[in-house]
Design a protein around this ligand. Sequence first.
Ligand code: DGL
Length: 264
Amino acid sequence: MLKSAPIGVFDSGVGGLSVLREIRARLPDESLLYVADSGHVPYGEKSPEFICERSGVIAEFLLEQGAKALVLACNTATAAAVAELRARYPQLPIIGMEPAVKPAAAATQSGVVGVLATTGTLQSAKFAALLDRFASDVRVITQPCPGLVERIEAGELDGRATHELLQAFVEPLLAEGCDTLILGCTHYPFIKPLLRQLVPESVSLIDTGAAVARHLQRLLAERELLAQGPAQAGRFWSSGEPSQLSRVLPVLWGEPAPVDALLR
Ligand code: DGL
């Protein structure tokens, strides 16, 4: 495998761009490919079988584009599909992501941690195992957030509807005494400024994008796969309407870029 080969990253939609930004910041010499499965967003309310099938289709596509590693920039897809993808491609570095329960359990002072995530993530066996492993000394309150991903996909990061929806999700967590909130979905870092307005300064907000980028760096270094640069321009595909992804890229990715259709 060539060091200069790109890294393939995907999510159900635009959420994974929050992870892609962290990867670009940490690994500026790497060429990046990104697939938004926007034709099938949200994953949060879909069956694990469906998500697993879509993840397989996208992984195959990214490998055809020459990816040397895969990042599942989606907690829901990781819960449903990472084990199967690893079994299918045993030689390939595959990085998934999961809600940051371990750091949150270490950080909380009140002993009460809130998890904002999709229904799929919260209902998964992987999440149950994560709680068993790291949350035995704290109380964890889970909050599924149906509807929130759709607002973020539409680029409504701070409008009234998003504000009201988020408030309804967060208030019960604060009422229970949570001092640490886990952003357990890669879409949510994009509404962190709004969330900050809704919770006291003393409440910590924890997401995992930066940790995933560090993990990816370690894994590529171990396998002597780190690129030496210069990176190619990022390439983007959407299984939904490419113009919709193009419209939000300047805000969510920080610069405009062409988007191609993923016809699979
Ligand atoms: N961004 C995804 C996650 O991290 C999934 C959002 C969705 O499609 O429901 O879980």
